[in-house]
Each structure stands twice: as C-alpha cells, then as structure tokens.
Design a protein around this ligand. Structure first.
Ligand SMILES: Nc1nc2c(ncn2[C@@H]2O[C@H](COP(=O)(O)OP(=O)(O)OP(=O)(O)O)[C@@H](O)[C@H]2O)c(=O)[nH]1
Ligand SMILES: [Mg+2]
Length: 292
C-alpha cells in the first residue's frame, strides 16, 4: 500500500492512496471493510476500483481517495501474506510509478485469520519490511483486525511527508529533493525536446507558407499597378482622340467656309457679267435712240 501527493499541488486535506497486490489477496475486502464495515465472502476480481472517504485523522478532517490495483504479473495463493520476492517487485513498481524514493509505503499481510494456511512467516515478512525501511502490518478483512490501523497509519505517514515537504519548500534553501534519474526519464526528456523541435519546425513551415502567400500578394499588387498604368495610357489616348475629333470638326467648318467663298466668287462673277450686259444694253439703247 502506498501513497503520495499530486506533485506540488498537494493539499493537506486530501490524501491519495493506492493499494497494489496480486489478485485475490484481499485488496477489495480490506477496502470494503474500511469503507462500510462489511466483509464480502465472495471473490469477484476487480477491474478498476476507486473510493473516496472523509475521515477524522487525529482530530483533523481529511479527505481520502484510494484506488486498488492488481499486479497482473504475480499470482499468489489467496490465503497468504505476500511473499518477499513479490513484495520486492511491487516496491520497484511503485517507485517507478512515483519516480521518487520517499513515497510512504506500508506493507500489509492480509488474511491473518487464516493462520493455519500461512505461507510466509511473520518473522520473514517483518525482516523484509525492516530491510526496505517500511512498516509491516498484518490484517484481516474478515475479523477487521488492524484494518483501520493500516489506513490511518499510512495517512499519518502521508501527512508527515507533506508537512516536511512544505517545510523544505518554504525553508531557507527552498530547494527540492533531487529526483532519481533513470534512462527512461532521459529518454522521455529527449522525446519531449524532440516534440518541441517538431513543433518549432511546424511553426517555421507555417511561417514559410505565410511568406509565400505574401510574395504572391506582392506579385498580384505589381500586376495591378501595371494595369493601372495601362489604364492611364488609354485615358491619354482617349483624350488625344477627342482633340483629333475637334480638329476634324474645325476642318469641316473651314471647308464649308471655302465653299461659301467660292459661291460668293461665282455670284460676283455673275454680277460682273450682268454689269457688262447692262452696259451693252445702254450702249444699244443709245445707238437705237440716236437719230439717223
Ligand atoms: N478469510 C479471509 N478471507 C479474505 C480476507 N480478505 C479477503 N478474503 C477473501 O479473499 C477473496 C479475494 O478477496 P478480494 O478482496 O476480492 O481480493 P482482491 O485483492 O481485491 O482481488 P482482485 O480484485 O482480483 O485484485 C475473497 O473471497 C475474500 O472474501 C481475509 O482477511 N480473511
Ligand atoms: Mg478486488
């Protein structure tokens, strides 16, 4: 059984607990006994379980969230405390999950009421627990022996850890405890860096695309400028044509004037002929009237 805080956002009032163990060792039975004071005789393998309970821990209201999780790779007889080898496995597994050595852990040997079927002695289990530096408690979900104790002891450990952590954080050095580094963490870090690089590349690609679009827009603008120039030239041509039209009109008027002048000239000529005729007539008159 292990517990810890959710990174730096730990709240003293909420404690999280995870119960890890092989199938059938009594995780659900212990939980149900603690939650509802009842013992379930039938074995129904759990797929996923999570519980939340409000308890008073040494006078303080505490919210407790816990999950039970079966370790699928180990199969143990159901009437026994966990063997040393499997406990070692669980320990490593928990540490891998938490990436931190100081997770409060409590090793529980359940089904203590089935003494006659015991497979791991109290001495062996206790000495292992001493080796790992964790408490060992034997429980019985059936008789309720030590059930409250394991949960409350664990929460006390959690509370102690959280308090020392918050002291460390607010202390003069303000430094966090150094986490263990393992190749997997380095790999994860490298992958994260690569992800960031890929992201940066994608952003750059988008920028290049935007630049290309801007270039096309600049080209379109240049084409439009040329069109405007062509339009201006056409306007000038239209103006020239209008001037030419006016000139043509003036020429036509001049032609008409020339025609009028010619008519006038003809008229003058006719007048002169008439004058000559009149003169001839006068001469004839004079000749006719002159006595013979
Ligand atoms: N006598 C006795 N039987 C117990 C005790 N704890 C659990 N059992 C029985 O053991 C069987 C398995 O218990 P569960 O609590 O379902 O086991 P589990 O660890 O939750 O198993 P999974 O959900 O498969 O991981 C059930 O039939 C329980 O009644 C106990 O302390 N004493
Ligand atoms: Mg279960």
């Amino acid at each position: 059984m292990a517990s810890g805080k959710n990174k730096s956002q730990a709240s003293l009032a909420l404690h999280k607990v995870i119960m890890v163990g092989s199938g059938g060792v009594g995780k659900s039975a212990l939980t149900l006994q603690f939650m509802y004071d009842e013992f379930v005789e039938d074995y129904e393998p759990t797929k996923a379980d999570s519980y939340r309970k409000k308890v008073v821990l040494d006078g303080e209201d505490v919210q407790m969230t816990f999950w039970t999780r079966r370790d699928r790779r180990t199969t143990l007889p159901s009437e026994t405390t966990t063997s040393g080898a499997e406990k070692g496995f669980c320990w490593e597994q928990i540490l891998r999950v938490k990436e931190e050595e100081l997770v409060p852990i409590l090793v529980v040997g359940n089904k203590s009421d089935l003494e006659e079927r015991r497979q791991v002695s109290v001495e062996e289990a206790s000495s292992r627990a001493v080796e790992w530096g964790v408490p060992y408690v034997e429980t019985s979900a059936k008789t309720r022996a030590n059930v409250d104790k394991v949960f409350f002891d664990l929460m006390r450990e959690v509370r102690k850890k959280k308090m020392s952590e918050s002291k460390d954080k607010n202390g003069p050095s303000g430094k966090k405890k150094k986490k263990r580094c393992c190749p997997l963490q380095v790999l994860v870090l490298v992958l994260e860096v690569l992800q960031v690089l890929v992201l940066v590349l994608e952003v750059l690609q988008v920028l290049v695309l935007v630049l290309e679009v801007l270039q096309v827009l600049v080209l379109v603008l240049e084409v439009l400028q040329v069109l405007v120039l062509v339009l201006e030239v056409l306007q000038v041509l239209v103006l020239v044509l209008e001037v030419l039209q006016v000139l043509i009109l003036v020429l036509e008027v001049l032609q008409v004037l020339v025609l009028v002048l010619e008519v006038l000239q003809v008229l003058i000529l006719v007048l002169e002929v008439l004058q000559v005729l009149v003169l001839v007539l006068e001469v004839l008159q004079v000749l006719v009237l002159e006595p013979k």
